[in-house]
Design a binder for this molecule. Structure first.
Ligand SMILES: [Zn+2]
Ligand SMILES: [Zn+2]
Length: 261
């Protein structure tokens, strides 16, 4: 899909005032609408999705949902999320689509608008929790030594920052597996959320409602091909830590889904 940079972005074209474009971001316009994206594509959020290719007009004489034939009166519309072709009735909802960075809600089919609505909760709630951070006891590798650290997601969503006496960071795209550990003497299979290998998008199990108490990560530090293990466990404020872990769990699901598309 061809994008052109909105050259008028510093004025008030497109209805977006200059003051509302944060530093390091730019406005681009595609067929589907106006998007606000990082100036440098290398800083794209790992949660973001590419815009789909639209199904070419000549390949869709009928609505792909209700089979209505298109003509001068029944016009076709493309769903901005899946790129498929629908009649107005089957593609009438305009829903926020944060993962494609659209400034305004965009037209989506019924199936896609449900998914996007669920994701809105992640952006409204969990993402804020992740950016706010939590306090954990952190153990690197199989070391005996652990340290109390604040763990938070970076503003561009690409890193986990761990700050205590030392500082280090984990790049989300270099996490190969994530396991959320839950409270309980002998966690059954249902109490363990395991994402083996986010890198190849294979996902094992998810379940239960028990409270998250820790997380086990495997990742490759930048510039290294060796896998490192990182264990974080709730420190004093167990409730806040559990919320943060639950948000991380949801983030992992989105990442997993993104890599599976
Ligand atoms: Zn239809
Ligand atoms: Zn769709």
């Amino acid at each position: 899909m061809v994008e052109r940079i909105c050259t008028e972005q510093r004025r008030k074209c497109c209805g977006v005032k200059m003051s509302s474009v944060p530093e390091g971001k730019k406005l681009v316009r595609s067929l589907s609408g106006l998007r606000m994206v990082p100036e440098n594509g290398a800083f794209n959020s790992p949660f973001s999705l590419d815009e789909p290719q639209w199904v070419p007009d000549k390949e869709c004489p009928r609505c792909m949902q209700c089979d209505t034939k298109f003509d001068f009166i029944r016009r076709k519309h493309h769903c901005r999320r899946c790129g498929r072709c629908f009649c107005d009735k089957c593609c009438s909802k305009k829903v926020a689509l944060h993962r494609m960075c659209f400034v305004d809600p965009v037209r989506q089919c019924a199936e896609c608008s449900l998914v996007s609505q669920k994701e809105m909760e992640f952006y409204d709630k969990q993402l804020k929790v992740l950016l706010g951070g939590g306090t954990f006891v952190v153990t690197l590798g199989t070391s005996e030594k652990s340290e109390t650290m604040t763990c938070r997601l970076s503003n561009n969503h690409r890193y986990l920052f761990l700050d205590g006496e030392s500082h280090f960071e984990v790049e989300l795209s270099r996490i190969s597996s994530m396991q959320i550990l839950t409270d309980g003497a002998s966690p059954g299979e249902n109490d363990i959320h395991t994402y083996t290998s986010l890198l190849d998008s294979h996902y094992v199990s998810e379940g239960a409602t028990s409270r998250a108490s820790g997380m086990l990560l495997h990742y490759k530090p930048m510039g290294s091909q060796d896998t490192q293990q990182l264990r974080v466990e709730a420190a004093d404020d167990k409730k806040a830590a559990s919320l943060w872990l639950a948000a991380m769990h949801k983030a992992a699901k989105l990442l997993y889904e993104a890599r599976d598309q």
